[in-house]
Design a protein around this ligand. Structure first.
Ligand SMILES: C[S@@+](CC[C@H](N)C(=O)[O-])C[C@H]1O[C@@H](n2cnc3c(N)ncnc32)[C@H](O)[C@@H]1O
Length: 238
């Protein structure tokens, strides 16, 4: 399968948008909601604040932000298909008037500097050509003192957990995906190797350096589910 890139991500998510939420819950064995809730718990905002949720997809993080903080939320994604599926979900949650959707790239955010009290992003940096450049752009639109917070898949570090994770990502994910559709089978095949390659290229230590270089401080990170996911956060300096 071709390397992850913005164009690759456009095709991938166009094919899986309608079933994204149901299949995501299945492929993560029901774990993802807990990870997203923790991500949102790291974002200290309230009803008078505004949050930009980047790589928002169908809006799972955006809706959790509205539900728990009451903040004004903009849901931004490069995939119109994912946002369209999100519009349906936002409507059934009674939140279509509360979440604004914007089609744009994380590498060229259509906002002035320091526009938001917080910026969140989920499963994004594996699809961008240069994670450092993207982090600088995400930080640019954040006000000084504001919070940047992220959720990403991770690779279990414990040798036994790693073996189990490898078996699940190489056999379980493609098998479960194949039962849904050819697009989900391909996604199931792609995810494990892509997650591993990303963390080899951009390990957490290097990510922390990149966050600092993008103007963030007070960094924190928390892993989940034996290390299958990591939530990372920091505060914009200045
Ligand atoms: C796995 S989905 C995450 C969706 C959602 N945030 C969640 O919690 O499940 C990743 C999203 O990143 C988006 N994406 C990938 N590259 C992007 C980019 N360069 N700019 C904006 N969105 C991007 C994809 O379109 C996709 O909707």
């Amino acid at each position: 399968m071709e390397a992850a890139s913005p164009a690759f991500a456009q095709r991938l998510f166009a094919g899986i948008a309608p079933e994204y939420e149901r299949m995501g819950a299945l492929l993560s064995l029901g774990q993802e909601d807990r990870w997203r809730r923790y991500l949102v718990s790291r974002v200290p905002v309230g009803p008078n604040d505004s949050v930009l949720d980047v790589a928002s997809g169908t809006g799972l993080v955006a809706r959790e932000l509205v539900r728990t903080t009451g903040a004004r939320v903009i849901s931004l994604d490069q995939s119109a298909d994912m946002l369209a599926a999100g519009a349906v979900a936002n409507r059934s949650a009674g939140m279509d008037g509360l979440i604004e959707q914007i089609v744009a790239s994380a590498d060229a955010l259509p906002f002035p500097d320091a526009s938001f009290d917080a910026v969140t992003f989920t499963y994004l940096l594996r699809y961008v050509p240069n994670p450092q450049t993207t982090l600088i752009e995400l930080s640019r639109v954040l006000r000084p003192g504001g919070t940047l917070a992220s959720l990403e898949f991770y690779v279990p570090q414990d040798p036994v957990a790693h073996l189990g994770w490898r078996a699940f990502t190489r056999f379980g994910l493609p098998l479960i995906g194949a039962m849904a559709s050819p697009e989900w089978r391909d996604t199931g095949r792609f995810l494990g190797p892509n997650i591993e390659a990303f963390h080899r290229r951009f390990p957490l230590r290097r990510q922390a350096r990149a966050w600092r270089a993008a103007g963030l401080s007070d960094l924190g990170a928390q892993t989940f589910t034996l290390g299958a996911a990591v939530v990372t956060w920091g505060k914009k300096r200045g």
